[in-house]
Design a protein around this ligand. Structure first.
Ligand code: 5AD
Ligand code: SF4
Length: 435
C-alpha cells in the first residue's frame, strides 16, 4: 500500500482541494498519513499568488529530498501550471510528478507511474479544463466545525497582478442541485457551517441560477446553520444578493469585499473595473441593506507606478470604511501576468514596506474599533478548537472569541452563547453565560 503525505499552502480553495485529493487517493487504495516520516510519496499542494509562497515550497522540496532521497515528491496546485517547464527541466529540484488543479482525478495513475521504477519519464498532467468541478467527489473533510465547498472554480477577471487565471483556468460552476445535496449530507453528518468557495465566488452561474438564486435555495432547501462565502469580486453584488443576505439568519452578516487599491488610476491599471467612488457606494449599500454587517478586505500596496499620494487614496478609503479586518500585501510580480509583462515593478521594496507598515497600523486601530462593537453583548460562537483550557470559536461576524473553559466546556463543532467582556484588534474575550 502506498503511504501518501500531503502539505497544503495558500488559500482555502487549496485546503478544500487537499480534501478532494485525499478522497481520490483513498478510493484508489492509498493510505493518507499525517507525517512525512513513513511516507512513500509527499505531495505539496502549492500556491503561487505571491513570490514568498513560491519560495517556501521550493525550499521545502530541497529539504524533503535532502532528508530522504527515495521519497517521491509531487507538486499539486497553482505552482504546477506556472512552473511546469522549470520544475521538470531543473534536475536539482528533483520533482517526481506534477498534477495541476484540474488533474487530480489522474493522480492515482501519476503516482503509480512515479513509483514504478521502470517508468523513466516524470509523470505530469497540468491540463486546464473548462468543465472539471469535481462535483461527484465527496471531500475527505477533517475539520469539525466548518465544511469548505467549492461551488465554482477558475477566474475570468484577469486583474493584471493576478496569476490565478493562468494557474486555475476559466470560470466554471457546479450545479445548484449537487451543491444542495452535498449541504444536506453535511447537515446530516452534524456540520453547522458551510463556506462556499470560488476564486470569484459571486460570479457563480449554472444554467439560469445566479449566486443569489443559489444562496436563496440553500436557505430554503437545507437546514445548515451558518453560510459564508469567499472570495467575491465587488462587481458581482446586485441588490437582490444583499437582500437575500439581509433576510436570512443563516447567512452570516459578514462580507469579504476586496478593495486592492483606493486610487482610480491604479484601479484601472489593475483592471479592477470599479472606481473608488463606485466601491464606496457599494459599501454604503451593503451597510444600508445589512445593518451591522462586518466587512473585510484585501489590499495591495506598491503596485507598479503607485505614488505615495496615490497610496494615500487607499488610506482614505480605509479611514472611510473602517474595515473589521484587512489582509494587506506588498505587490509581488508574478511571471506572465499582464502587470509583469507591461509594468516594471518600480516601487522600491523599502517604500512598499513603509506603506504596508502604515496601513497595518491603521487597520489595527480599525479592527479594535469594530471589535469593541461586540463588548457587553451575548454572542453565539461556533467552537473551532480548544487550546489548553481556552475554548476558541467565531461569532457570526467571523471574529475569533476566546472563552475560559473552566465554566464552558462546549465541544468542537457546537454552538455556545457567551458574554463578551473585552476586545483586542485580533479578537474577543468572553465568559460563560452562567458564570
Ligand atoms: N502581489 C501581491 N498580492 C497579490 N494578491 C494577488 N496577487 C498578488 C500579487 N501579485 C492578493 C490580492 C488577492 C489576494 C488573494 O492576494 O489582494 O485578493
Ligand atoms: Fe494561491 Fe491563488 Fe492558487 Fe489559492 S488560487 S493557492 S491564493 S494562487
Amino acid at each position: 500500500m502506498t503511504n501518501v503525505y500531503i502539505e497544503t499552502y495558500g488559500c482555502q480553495m487549496n485546503a478544500y482541494d487537499t480534501e478532494l485529493v485525499q478522497s481520490i487517493l483513498v478510493d484508489a487504495n492509498m493510505h493518507i498519513i499525517p507525517t512525512v516520516d513513513a511516507a512513500d510519496v509527499a505531495l505539496l499542494n502549492t500556491c503561487s499568488v505571491r513570490e514568498n509562497a513560491n519560495n517556501k515550497v521550493l525550499n521545502r522540496i530541497h529539504a524533503l529530498k535532502r532528508a530522504n532521497k527515495t521519497l517521491i515528491v509531487g507538486i499539486l496546485g497553482c505552482m504546477a501550471t506556472n512552473f511546469k517547464t522549470q520544475l521538470l527541466d531543473n534536475n536539482r529540484l528533483q520533482i517526481d510528478l506534477i498534477a495541476g488543479p484540474d488533474s487530480y482525478k489522474q493522480l492515482p495513475a501519476l503516482i503509480a507511474d512515479a513509483v514504478d521504477a521502470t517508468h523513466s519519464d516524470k509523470p505530469f498532467d497540468v491540463t486546464l479544463s473548462e468543465f472539471e468541478t469535481y462535483d461527484t467527489i465527496v471531500p475527505n473533510r477533517t475539520e469539525g466545525a466548518n465544511a469548505w465547498l467549492a461551488i465554482m472554480r477558475g477566474c475570468n477577471n484577469f486583474c493584471t497582478f493576478c496569476v490565478v487565471p493562468y494557474t486555475r483556468g476559466r470560470e466554471r460552476s457546479r450545479s445548484a442541485d449537487s451543491i444542495i445535496t452535498e449541504i444536506n449530507d453535511l447537515v446530516a453528518k452534524g456540520y453547522k457551517q458551510v463556506t462556499l468557495l470560488g476564486q470569484n465566488v459571486n460570479s457563480y452561474r449554472y444554467g439560469n441560477d445566479t449566486f443569489t438564486d443559489l444562496m436563496r435555495r440553500i436557505t430554503q432547501e437545507t437546514a445548515i446553520d451558518r453560510i459564508r462565502f469567499t472570495s467575491p469580486h465587488p462587481k458581482d453584488f446586485p441588490d437582490d444578493l444583499l437582500d437575500v443576505i439581509a433576510a436570512n439568519p443563516a447567512i452570516c452578516k459578514q462580507i469579504h469585499v476586496p478593495l486592492q487599491a483606493g486610487n482610480d488610476r491604479i484601479l484601472k491599471k489593475m483592471n479592477r473595473t470599479y472606481t473608488q467612488s463606485e466601491f464606496l457606494t457599494l459599501i454604503h449599500k451593503m451597510r444600508d441593506a445589512i445593518p451591522g454587517v462586518a466587512l473585510s478586505t484585501d489590499i495591495i500596496v506598491g503596485f507598479p507606478t503607485e505614488t505615495y499620494d496615490e497610496f494615500l487614496d487607499t488610506v482614505r478609503v480605509c479611514e472611510t470604511v473602517k474595515f473589521d479586518h484587512a489582509y494587506i500585501f506588498k505587490y509581488s510580480e508574478r511571471p506572465n501576468t499582464r502587470a509583469a509583462l507591461k509594468f516594471p515593478d518600480d516601487v522600491p521594496l523599502d517604500e512598499k514596506t513603509q506603506r504596508i507598515t502604515e496601513l497595518v497600523k491603521l487597520q489595527k486601530k480599525h479592527s479594535l474599533h469594530q471589535n469593541k462593537r461586540w463588548v457587553n453583548t451575548v454572542q453565539s460562537i461556533l467552537v473551532e478548537r480548544w487550546d489548553g483550557e481556552t475554548v476558541i470559536g467565531r461569532n457570526d461576524a467571523n471574529v475569533l472569541v476566546y472563552v475560559d473553559a473552566a465554566h464552558n466546556r462546549a465541544a468542537i463543532g457546537s454552538f455556545t452563547n457567551v458574554f463578551v467582556t473585552d476586545a483586542s484588534p485580533h479578537g474577543l474575550r468572553a465568559r460563560a453565560l452562567s458564570q
